[in-house]
Design a protein around this ligand. Sequence first.
Ligand SMILES: Cc1cc2nc3c(=O)[nH]c(=O)nc-3n(C[C@H](O)[C@H](O)[C@H](O)COP(=O)(O)OP(=O)(O)OC[C@H]3O[C@@H](n4cnc5c(N)ncnc54)[C@H](O)[C@@H]3O)c2cc1C
Length: 539
Amino acid sequence: METYDIIFIGSGHNALITAAYMTRAGRSVLVLEKNDRPGGYLRTEEVTLPGFKHDVYAAAHPLFLTGPAYVDLGKDLEARGLTYVNTDLPTGVSMEDGRTAVLPRSLEALRAEAERLAPGDGPALARMFEDLHPYVNEVFSLFHCDLATPAAAAVIARLMGAPPFAALLFSTARHVVSLFHSPVMRAMLAPWVMHLGRTPDDIGSGIWVPLTALALMGGGMPTPAGGSERLAQALAQLIVDQGGVIHTHTLVQHIIVDNGRAVGVRTADGHQFRAAQAVVACTTPDHLYLSLLAETAIDPALRQQAAHFRYGRGCVQIHLALSEPPRWPDARFHTVGQPHLTDGLDGCILAVAQGRADLLPVKPTFTVDCSTNLDPTRAPAGQAILRVQVLEVPIRPRGDAAGQIEVGDGTWTHDLTERFTERVLEVVRTHMPNIPSAVLGHHVITPDAIAQFNPNAGPGDPYGGAHDLAQSYTLRPLPSQPSHQTPVPNLYMLGAATWPGHGIHGGSGYIVAQKLLAAGGADTTERQGKNTTRAHARA
Ligand SMILES: Cc1cc2nc3c(=O)[nH]c(=O)nc-3n(C[C@H](O)[C@H](O)[C@H](O)COP(=O)(O)OP(=O)(O)OC[C@H]3O[C@@H](n4cnc5c(N)ncnc54)[C@H](O)[C@@H]3O)c2cc1C
């Protein structure tokens, strides 16, 4: 049986980041991925027409670029072709009535924009950041820690002991933005919590308003030149160059546990691989405890929690190939990263409520991003691509809030997908008059497509599990497992289902790498020498 120090189940970017750290430290590593290429949701493909390179799933990586993994690995990734294009206007908003705003990275410019929208909103913005200021460094430090460690627990206790912080933590995004007079400012800031798996009326969403604004101001809206998949390619190349092995088309079905310790995995095609130091699962806890560890004795309470792991609502992502760049409602949007199109915060909240009732929303609030704004190589000369990301859509709609679209049994059939796409593009048209006339081709990612692509999506959730308060922070992935370390010795978890949750930031990949490095060298006596030097990706 082939033996490696560390075996990874799944090749999401968090797993690849840990694998890059471990191969750099001289450990032998095997990454097993069920899909045809490593990288999980990092995929760039010509899904509409030849020459139009779309980020099929994730596109922007602001948190990765400002995180510690990029500090440590950035140079090596750049040496393997990764470069980012970025903007000084990460986001903005276009209102149905024609009003617009942008969020510049400079605090001074953002204050001026707030003041332009409504006198008094500049100081209100400064107050929002000042309220968080005493806590912000400790809060951001937690993004790179396992929250179950004593060091993190001490920070959390300090933060929660400060009543203003605790009040902010339990507030809603709608409440936080109510300090602005301008409905445009409110509509620019609050809907961003949806990208974090929260909605503007969720208890616990409030703190994410200033945190997201700060993160965007710090990171911008970077995306790899050539497409999001360049990050996965650079990580995979780094792992292979450092002696790691990546097998694709390989579904892991079983974690082998011997004497209570994780010692290897078995794949769907019957191969077994042995892990001398650790097995690292880039999975959700239900997949882990109910399927991969189905034959292992696990605390029944933990297994029951895993059975009740909750998924969030769905995402419909529409990719457009355009004959010309979008006609933006505001000239500044020619360099904006990801603006929301909306009829206002109340409209956004109404659409969310419709989604929550498993109804197709009548008029959703969503982002659009045009990668060719910053990277014209992504489309033929003079042409453009556009990504429309509609969140909080029912995974399996039971009806249409407008009473116009027949949803059948809720399966995202071609007809349902096309009719909902038409509805969304009708909203886009009110903001960008050359849509849909400039559309040459389109490709739509539905909740069903997401579920089929990635087992970590459960029934089709893009967040790797709901991010409500009861499944966040020290309760993620499960209340009885508030850590990346599982109760099975040698078995670790990372990825969107673990703290700090979903998004391309590499947070859990960094955390698990630090744990494995701290755990010291592996017992390599069993290792087969040939595996330590083998460096290839099996296609
Ligand atoms: C449509 C969409 C758009 C998004 N847009 C953005 C964005 O613009 N910016 C952003 O920051 N985030 C975005 N996200 C979220 C982001 O992509 C995810 O949170 C992130 O990719 C999660 O990374 P991960 O490391 O958990 O692994 P994932 O990307 O979830 O990958 C997990 C991998 O593990 C594999 N796997 C799982 N189980 C097994 C098994 N048993 N055997 C073998 N392989 C297995 C899967 O096939 C998959 O390839 C988007 C998500 C979606 C769905």
